[in-house]
Design a protein around this ligand. Structure first.
Ligand code: ZN
Length: 291
């Protein structure tokens, strides 16, 4: 089995990034895995604390592991946004490949101290585990927002990023570079797109030399995503776009067959709908055209 670090570094040398897609249930996992297998691109599936609570920490690991063993495909599992050490340790012990340790709401020095402690504790559980730290404000909640939060003051500076990476020993840094969790209604309708601070990404990459994750990728302009990958983003998180596709697929299936009660018949169009979005994003991250 390949290591996630090697997969990310290989993608970087190929000018590509790896897609990270959240899974809230088996529909998402099936859809994302099928899209990745079809395109033959490595993929990371992630589970946030809400998603882990819903599916079960050990149950998610068992599902992902069984798919991986059966297919021998580079499928990785990330614990998305853990906010405390016990929560992060639980995921590491259960067998997650990477952990997002997110105490970015704390002041800088406290964030550094707690993240450093987490890196040490998590590496003691599994030396190969990747630990990602978060710096800056990218909002909360992969859902539909009425209006955009003001995140301008929370952008990550290259100087802070360098100090943070050096002081904590993290493997991956998630900066705030114009990205935002969730989508605005106008983005769901396709009228507006998020835009990224590409120069800032390039400066953070140069200052840290670290692997970089872009959170809140849903609703981002395609060209901005390509440029962000060129500037040093290695992993792109997509969640809300998949959730919107899931709901659309489900609603269409229910509307089309009002008397249907067989779950796998109702859910199949949701799998297809999520798969199409994941596939299109994977092609873009690979350096190809979105389709
Ligand atoms: Zn995130």
């Amino acid at each position: 089995m390949q290591l996630l670090r090697n997969v990310l570094e290989k993608a970087q040398s190929d000018g590509a990034a790896i897609g990270h897609f959240n899974i809230a249930d088996l529909v998402f996992l099936k859809a994302v895995f099928a899209a990745a297998e079809e395109l033959k691109v490595p993929v990371v599936v992630g589970a946030s604390s809400g998603e882990r609570a819903f599916m079960g920490v050990h149950e998610i690991v068992a599902l992902v592991r069984s798919l991986r063993e059966e297919s021998n495909f580079p499928l990785f599992l990330n614990a998305d946004h853990t906010h405390s050490l016990p929560e992060a340790l639980e995921a590491a012990r259960a067998g997650f490949d990477s952990i997002v340790f997110d105490v970015s709401a704390l002041p800088f020095e406290k964030n550094v101290r707690q993240t450093k402690e987490a890196v040490e504790a998590l590496k003691a559980v599994n030396p190969a585990i990747l630990v990602e730290g978060e710096l800056g404000d990218i909002g909360t909640g992969s859902e539909i927002h009425e209006k955009a939060p003001d995140l301008a003051k929370g952008l990550t500076t290259p100087g802070d990023a360098k100090r943070y990476v050096e002081a904590t020993g993290i493997d991956v840094l998630a900066p705030a570079v114009g990205n935002m969790h969730g989508m605005l209604k106008s983005m769901v309708r396709g009228e507006t797109r998020k835009h990224l601070d590409i120069a800032r990404i390039a400066e953070i990459k140069a200052a840290t030399g670290s692997l970089l994750t872009l959170h809140g990728g849903s609703g981002t302009d395609d060209e901005d995503l390509r440029k962000a990958i060129g500037a040093g983003i290695n992993l792109v998180h997509i969640n809300t776009e998949l959730r919107v596709a899931w709901r659309d697929g489900l609603e269409n299936a229910l509307a089309k067959e009002p008397d249907e009660v067989v779950p796998y018949k109702i859910l199949e169009p949701a799998v297809e709908s999520v798969k199409q979005v994941a596939r299109s994003r994977m092609r873009l991250f690979e350096g190809g055209l979105a389709a």
